[in-house]
Design a protein around this ligand. Structure first.
Ligand code: C6P
Length: 422
């Protein structure tokens, strides 16, 4: 199957106030540089976003003035570091509207969060013959941990297929959900296709079938408002670095009752209340899942990133990225060789494409010579590539600081690729 897509406009949340992109850009020092003699056009935001001054300064401030281990010391620096780190937990709670900070576990990122759930909740609740249901558009991070669990306990992995536009075939959900389905794992936004999934509807159906739901929010939290109570998801995971924060830090949201009943994951300091050689009493939530010294600076930086994003407003960010995607989608129609992969009605700012028979890595390399940074490859979503019968795609992904002029620069660079291969 090699469906030819036509550019379709998607529907994302309406504008809430205009975004002052020129001002936003002044807040991101890295954007103001030349790459290979051309102004940098950074369009690889789904891989990682750039960091605003507020985040860089939060990290700098921590290391200059507050660096100490947390939750342990009575001295002033330790108290300051602890307060700053725990402030981020509250910031995250508020950002995703969790009921309590007990429901917010710091992790290294989305990948670690999913592995944590698979190896704790999964090992405790999934037995031989049970089923885990994921979708065809998942990132490897939301496939492999479940495959590993299934191998360990003798469970079965099932998959919700997608149509040619890259939308889930939800009509199949009813038959795919059985009394054996223990968990549904689904991405909020696809990193390879840009599809925004109707997670609320999926959660409702999964709950009706008695399954819990983990939502992979890695590509969502920086682009659309997330309310875990309104969604009623059981677990929600995201990485800080795709949300303008540092790498190596992210969050796992879990409903308190579920987290409370789960066994701990890593053993070590911080996750214990009392240790003897005979027996250990584990700590309360969320410390039970936070063994060892965490990425303290990263946590503090993530708090600064979320404050920054909220200051701009997710409504305004979504509207701006929607405009960029619409503009880019329209402009791709000028180049007949360009085929968009992923034309769902609801999309976030991700444009995956093929350019005739030119290999995506060649596209990426030539674009880099024009100062344009995009990602090429399978995007850690090989089953999506298999679905569209392509080895890889080229992918443009937008953030709040991108502009229509950058889309123009990208299109000019694509024309250059075609010239080179003509
Ligand atoms: N996608 C991309 O370029 P980590 O690596 O843990 O921060 O995030 C993993 C992950 C999980 N789910 C989705 C939907 C993702 O997009 C990603 C990361 C990057 O698309 C790197 S492969």
């Amino acid at each position: 199957m090699n469906p030819v897509s036509e550019p379709r406009l998607h529907v994302v949340k309406p504008a809430v106030g205009a975004l002052d992109v020129a001002r936003v850009r002044t807040e991101f020092p890295i954007l103001h540089q030349q790459v290979r003699g051309k102004p940098l056009v950074y369009l690889d935001n789904a891989a990682t976003t750039q960091k605003p001054r507020a985040v860089i300064e939060a990290l700098d401030h921590y290391y200059r003035f507050d660096n100490a281990n947390i939750h342990r010391g009575v001295h002033t620096l330790s108290v300051r570091a602890t307060v700053a780190y725990e402030r981020t937990r509250e910031t995250i709670r508020d950002f995703i509207n969790a009921r309590s900070t007990k429901e917010v576990v710091f992790v290294r990122g989305a990948t670690e969060a999913i592995n944590l759930v698979a190896q704790t909740w999964g090992r405790a609740n999934v037995k031989a013959g049970d089923e885990i249901l994921i979708s065809e558009m998942e990132h490897h991070s939301n496939i492999v941990p479940w495959q590993m669990l299934c191998e360990q306990v003798g469970a079965k992995l099932k998959v919700i297929p997608i149509n040619d536009a890259g939308e889930l075939l939800l009509e199949q959900l009813d038959s795919l959900l059985t009394e054996r389905t223990k968990l549904v794992g689904v991405t909020h936004c696809s990193n390879a296709l840009g599809t925004v999934n109707p997670v609320r509807k999926i959660i409702e159906k999964a709950h009706a079938a008695g399954a819990v739901v983990l939502v992979d929010g890695a590509q969502a939290v920086a682009h659309l408002p997330v309310d875990v109570q309104a969604l009623d998801c059981d677990f929600y995971v995201f990485s800080g670095h795709k949300l303008y924060g540092p790498t190596g830090v992210g969050a796992l949201y879990g409903k308190e009752a579920l987290l409370d009943a789960m066994p701990p994951w890593h053993g070590g300091g911080e996750m214990i209340k009392y240790v003897t050689f005979e027996k250990t009493i584990y700590n309360d939530l969320p410390a039970k899942f936070e063994a060892g010294t965490p990425h303290i600076a990263g946590g503090i930086g993530l708090g600064a990133a979320i404050d920054y994003v909220r200051g701009i407003g997710l409504g305004a960010i979504a509207a701006h990225e929607h405009d960029l995607l619409s503009y880019a989608t329209q402009r791709t129609a000028e180049i007949p060789e360009m085929r968009i992969i992923g034309t769902a009605r609801e999309k976030s700012g991700i444009l995956s494409f093929e350019l005739g028979r030119i290999h995506p890595h060649d596209i990426g390399t030539i674009l880099d010579h024009q100062g344009v940074a995009i990602r090429t490859g399978h995007h850690c979503a090989m089953p999506v590539m298999q679905r569209y019968c392509v080895p890889a795609t080229a992918r443009v992904s937008f953030a709040m600081y991108n502009t229509r002029e950058e889309v123009d620069a990208f299109m000019n660079a694509v024309r250059k690729v075609i010239e080179v291969f003509r």
